[in-house]
Design a protein around this ligand. Structure first.
Ligand code: ZN
Ligand code: ZN
Ligand code: FE
Length: 743
């Protein structure tokens, strides 16, 4: 990868062991030739993986004996292979410990908030073009001072060829705008920030990939004000703790989660609130028992926490509603001033917008929810070529993907394309990826949904296109991650995907490979009143299910749910179902979870995407093992499930009981169907994907049950199982069709 300082590291290591020879970057890796005493060489080899720059991904390290060439020195060779440029770009890297130490000891970088070295600092967010040189980054307007330049040129220095190298003399600076005044003195900025945050103010702070909004995470008034300011945003806010020890006072964390949290990617980890632990303001997580937490990753974050008495701040994306995170300084001042009492900015441009990445852990493995800062644009290595293919992704949590040789390069999280700003971000990013990675696509893969803006985009280009069914793409995405190329049992549960029968699919049991799929079974079709709108009104799905199974008795049913929707137009919804007006049929797992969540009073109206299923998951009684009955005929039917849930509600069973029993039912449905499919076909590999598998309880329960019964189970880890991962599957399916000549 470019810009992670691997070759200079090898150079210094060779020098330390008094070895001679050279190191060279190639398309397929790094080649090193060393000569010297055998024990020095073996020490050298052993130390490579131990001391290599953190962001240098070492997949494998092989060595072999070679004839002596009697080199007189050790050198970094210019790449001989100039025909094909090396186009791997490093993601942004959290500030390293050595730089944090330098920040307190180097005279010219005392408290310098943009300190970095070859092992750390901004990368993707500041790169305009390749080759990765300062002139092609947003550091271009900052010529190096003499001291920085000397470090930059000295191969023995940790800042050798660190493109964003800078110091207090020559680099970018922070500015604080408050009450019409602008301050550029860092100490003033930090002192004022402290004063503001500690008195409940909201501050917009420019981050690596975009602006954040910050406030004291223990101050309910401040958090509430932030929530109102962000416009009916009911989503939990992410928080940043000063350090891991502080985090442990609030949240529970195991070793796997800790490792991810402290990694150079520094993602947001979804962690369980600590029972009896310290509490954040209730409005941070709006009733959920989990919190999205991260640790400081920019030098400025560290400096800020040095000043603050507050141990934890909300750090949520700086945008209004669902628009892309703001990166432009003037836009931040114009748009965020309404919410924020002060705006902290700096004078280096963010070129490539990236949100914070989000990860959760289930069954001892970390799984990506949003793949962005720290991970993009690292390629996903495949075992087959996908060269020249563009995959458009889906619509709601869009990411696209481009193929280069055997690498899939996924874009950062783009967002909901229905948002005009997100659509601009989409087309702009596509053009940048084409330029950055030197790709001119010849095959364009899209979702089958004719109205997705990603589909329309692809169709408007005029190249060769191929459409891929949504859930097939989900499964192929997971297959790509695990390098599977065989017939598998693919189980894709999610909210919505366009089906080949034009109904809304979302609980698909597929027999599939990378070329094609056969739909084995699915959840029974149910009318979805109001179409897409139903996602905002989970109660409508409950009503639809009840009406399907109880018919005329529905409206006279005496349970709290029916009373809770008295003000709604339930009779009209039923009439619409009867007449088939705007009530498309759906097999969506997401809508089933919605309906149960509303039925037991957890969420009748949803204020953000997937709120109802998330609330349903959050109340599960983890000790309960029972499940409800279900029927597998041509499709999977839930009549008994609903009748028994109603009985349990009438008996006054707690929501924790019903939710657990419901989740256990779905786990058992998945197992029962997979078992049938195995008996029918002999296939043992089960691939799980789709947004519903972001439900930790469901995912871990399903994995364990299938595993116990001898299945080989594959779920997504480094690529999201939600629609943010779908482009990877599209890419692979496109490649296979191209190979077979069947696009
Ligand atoms: Zn560093
Ligand atoms: Zn300097
Ligand atoms: Fe999906």
């Amino acid at each position: 990868m470019q810009g992670v300082g691997f070759r200079p590291f090898i150079y210094r290591l060779a020098l330390a062991h008094e070895l001679l020879g050279w190191v060279e970057n190639r398309n397929d890796g790094v080649l090193i030739h060393v000569e010297g005493p055998a024990d020095a060489i073996s020490k050298f080899i052993n130390e490579i993986p131990v001391h290599a720059p953190e962001a240098a991904n070492i997949f494998s390290l092989e060595n072999t004996g070679i004839p002596l060439k009697y080199y007189k020195e050790f050198s970094i060779r210019k790449s001989e292979n100039t025909s094909e440029e090396i186009t791997e770009i490093s993601p942004d890297i959290a500030v390293c410990d050595a730089c944090l130490a330098d920040m307190k000891s180097q005279k010219h970088r005392l408290n310098y908030p943009f300190i970095n070295c070859t092992n750390c600092g901004p990368r993707f967010t500041i790169i305009k073009d390749l080759p990765y040189d300062r002139g092609e980054t947003s550091m271009a307007p900052f010529p190096m001072c003499e001291i920085c330049n000397a470090e930059y040129k000295n191969i023995l220095d940790r800042r050798f060829h660190a493109q964003p190298v800078a110091c207090n003399q020559c680099g970018p600076i922070y500015q604080l705008h408050h009450n019409g005044n602008t301050s550029t003195d860092l100490n003033n900025i930090l002192e004022l920030s402290k004063e503001l945050l500690e008195t409940g103010a909201i501050i917009a702070i420019k981050g690596l990939g975009g602006y954040h909004l910050a406030c004291d995470a223990q101050n309910q008034d401040a958090v509430q004000r932030l929530r109102t300011g962000k416009n009916r945003d009911g989503k939990p806010f992410a928080v940043m703790f000063s350090e891991i020890e502080t985090l442990k006072e609030f949240l529970t964390i195991d070793d796997i989660e800790k490792k991810e949290l402290l990694s150079w990617q520094r993602p947001i980890m979804i962690l369980q609130n600590k029972p009896g632990g310290k509490k954040l303001a209730p409005d941070v997580s709006v009733g959920f028992n989990t919190t999205g937490a991260m640790l400081p990753y920019m030098p400025f974050h560290h400096l800020l926490f040095e000043h603050l008495k507050i141990p934890v701040i909300v750090l949520t994306s700086g945008n209004i509603s669902d628009e892309p995170i703001i990166i432009d300084n003037q836009a931040a001042i114009d748009q965020l001033s309404e919410i924020a009492d002060a705006i902290i900015t700096y004078n280096r441009d963010i070129y490539n917008r990236t949100d914070d990445s989000v990860v959760f852990s289930s069954n001892g493995k970390n799984r990506m929810i949003r793949r962005s800062r720290g991970f993009v644009p690292s390629p996903i290595h495949l075992n087959q070529t996908v060269n020249g293919i563009f995959a458009a992704g889906a619509e709601l949590v869009n990411c696209f993907c481009v193929g280069k040789d055997k690498q899939a390069i996924m874009s950062q999280h783009i967002g909901d394309l229905k948002n005009i700003e997100s659509l601009d971000f989409y087309t702009e990013s596509i053009n940048r990826f084409k330029k950055l990675f030197r790709i001119e696509p010849e095959l364009f893969v899209h979702d089958l949904h004719p109205d997705y803006l990603s589909t329309k985009y692809v169709k408007s280009i005029g190249g060769k296109t191929t459409g891929v069914q949504h859930h097939h793409a989900h499964i192929a995405s997971c297959m790509a991650e695990h390098k599977l190329d065989e017939q598998v049992i693919g189980i894709s549960l999610d909210g919505v995907g366009y089906g080949t029968d034009r109904h809304i699919w979302g609980s698909e049991f597929l027999l599939c490979d990378l070329a094609d799929f056969e739909r084995y079974t699915h959840f029974e079709y149910i009318p979805q009143p109001g179409g897409d709108q139903a996602t905002e009104y989970p109660w409508r799905m409950t009503l639809s299910y009840l009406y399907k199974y109880l018919d005329k008795e529905t409206l006279s049913l005496d349970i709290p749910f029916m009373h809770s929707i008295q003000g709604e137009n339930a009779d009209l919804i039923i009439k619409a179902i009867d007449l088939g007006i705007n009530t498309p049929l759906t097999s969506s797992a997401g809508r089933l979870f919605d309906s149960v969540s509303a039925l037991i009073g957890l969420c009748t109206h949803s204020s953000f995407h997937a709120e109802a299923p998330m609330r349903l998951e959050s109340v599960i009684d983890h000790n309960l093992k029972d499940h409800y009955p279900f029927t597998i005929e041509k499709s999977i039917k839930f009549r008994e499930l609903f009748l028994e849930m109603i009985r349990d509600i009438q008996k006054g069973k707690p929501v924790s009981y019903i939710s657990a029993k419901f989740h256990n039912t779905i786990i058992n449905v998945i197992f029962a169907v997979a078992d049938r499919m195995r008996k029918d076909t002999g296939i043992k590999s089960v691939v799980l994907s789709g947004g519903t598998f972001q439900n930790r309880y469901l995912l871990s329960g399903t994995e364990k049950l299938l595993d116990k019964h001898g299945f080989k189970v594959f779920a997504q880890q480094r690529v999201p199982s939600n629609d943010g991962g779908i482009a990877l599957g599209q890419l692979l399916i496109g490649a296979r069709r191209r190979k077979l000549g069947t696009p």
